[in-house]
Design a protein around this ligand. Structure first.
Ligand code: NAD
Ligand code: MG
Length: 387
């Protein structure tokens, strides 16, 4: 098998670092050609040396000089800024792009990578939340595979192997309930970022951990599933499963339900996405069902977690509505993490943006850019944040 050349966008983050763990195990299979990170230039330089990459991009241009100096004794090309990220996404130097950026910033790179015919390993779910329609039709048109790096979607994909589409009745996405699962609704107003960042099962980046606490993440995963598996939203169900052992399920027309189980470790979905149709020869951590004698499942409390119904609502409205939800959420989560708004203001900002944003039924990528800017401004106005 010829060596597969990878570009990893977001290499210093939670998914990026775990992707490099997998790559390290398969030196004959993968060669990392480019790495992209936002601001942690020292770690990026270290990764660049270890994997002997051809190019690196630092998103925040203020760190360009420091990164260039740190790699001055190498032949590694050093670039900065969002145009350089786009350049890496479409560069002929890689076969596969692992997109592990956070937020709207992931949309254009995914699109450009598809346009240039590359395989996509997609952790950046915001790409599909915002532009699922455009992205999936571009992927079909170009004949490129989009492999999900999200435990639920990886589980569903594994359950669907060898099955016929017409036999699918429902997709059942599991949800841990996030850090505030046991916090009563009346106490949500006073939740601090520190409390919401304590995810019971998964160790992830800050933004997705807050999204897990509000269930915005689960709403986004419903939207992600709608596009990845081309299925009507009514047939995508969510159940709370506090142990995070069943990563998701598929219910078939004959009454059979298939589930995929394992430890809460993203190395498995990452290796599945990279090695498919093969599997990693060894898990990072072995799983024993005997350690989990009790697995429980319950309904989502829709009043405590209004974000889930908002996600179904924007999915039904279509057009720019999911983009508006995403942009307002990004601003509100950053504000919450900076102690500039309350936990409950996150959904408030999303609601305000959706009620006040302009709406376009059939957007192009540049209309998404405008809708993203508008929703961020609306959220800022609602939260009374300085520009
Ligand atoms: P993270 O915050 O740990 O890492 C993000 C990475 O992207 C960092 O390397 C950062 O430098 C880079 N980055 C962010 N914005 C950038 C920008 N504008 N320009 C350049 N670089 C930028 O995040 P994460 O937890 O690894 O999540 C990455 C994506 O994967 C998110 O979309 C998240 O929803 C998804 N995801 C994560 C997990 C998980 O376990 N962490 C699971 C499923 C899905
Ligand atoms: Mg997930």
């Amino acid at each position: 098998m010829s060596i597969e050349r990878l570009s990893i966008l977001g290499s210093t983050g939670s998914i990026g670092v775990q992707t490099l763990d997998i790559v390290r195990r398969y030196p004959q299979r993968f060669k990392v050609t480019s790495l992209v990170a936002h601001s942690r230039w020292e770690e990026l330089a270290k990764q660049a040396r270890e994997f002997e990459v051809e190019s690196v991009v630092i998103g925040d241009e203020r760190h360009y000089e420091a990164l260039r100096n740190a790699l001055a004794d190498t032949n590694i090309e050093v670039m900065a800024g969002s145009e350089a990220i786009n350049h890496v996404a479409r560069s002929y130097r890689s076969d596969t792009v692992v997109n592990a950026l956070v937020g709207y910033a992931g949309l254009h790179p995914t699109y450009l990578a598809i346009e240039s015919g590359k395989r996509i390993a997609l952790a950046n779910k915001e790409t599909l939340v915002v532009g699922g329609d455009i992205i999936m039709s571009a992927a079909r048109h170009k004949g490129v595979d989009i492999m999900p790096i999200d435990s639920e979607h990886s589980a569903i994909m594994q359950c669907l192997e060898g099955e016929q589409r017409k036999a699918i009745r429902n997709l059942i996405i599991t949800c841990s309930g996030g850090a505030l699962r046991n916090t009563p609704r009346e106490e949500l107003e006073s939740v601090t970022p520190e409390m919401a960042l304590k995810h019971p099962q998964w160790s992830m980046g800050a933004k997705i951990t807050i999204d897990s606490a509000t269930l915005v993440n689960k709403g986004f995963e419903v939207i992600e599933a709608r596009w990845l598996f081309d299925i009507e939203p009514e047939r995508i169900k969510v159940v709370v499963h506090p142990q995070s052992i069943v990563h998701s399920m598929v219910e078939f027309t004959d009454g059979a339900v298939k589930a995929q189980l394992g430890t809460a470790d993203m190395h498995t979905p990452i290796s599945y996405a990279l090695l498919y149709p093969e599997r990693a020869e060894e898990a990072m951590e072995q799983f024993s069902i005997l350690n989990y004698p009790t697995l429980t499942f319950l309904d989502v409390d829709r009043e405590k977690y209004p974000a889930l119904d908002i996600a179904y609502e924007v999915l039904h409205r279509g057009g720019t509505a999911p983009c508006t939800m995403n942009g307002a959420n990004e601003v509100a989560v950053a504000a919450f993490l900076a102690h500039k708004c309350k936990y409950t203001d996150i959904v408030g900002a999303i609601r305000y943006a959706l009620d006040n944003a302009s709406f376009e039924k059939s957007p192009t990528l540049s209309i998404y850019d405008d809708a993203n800017i508008e929703s961020r401004e609306l959220a800022r106005r609602h939260l009374k944040l300085d520009k």
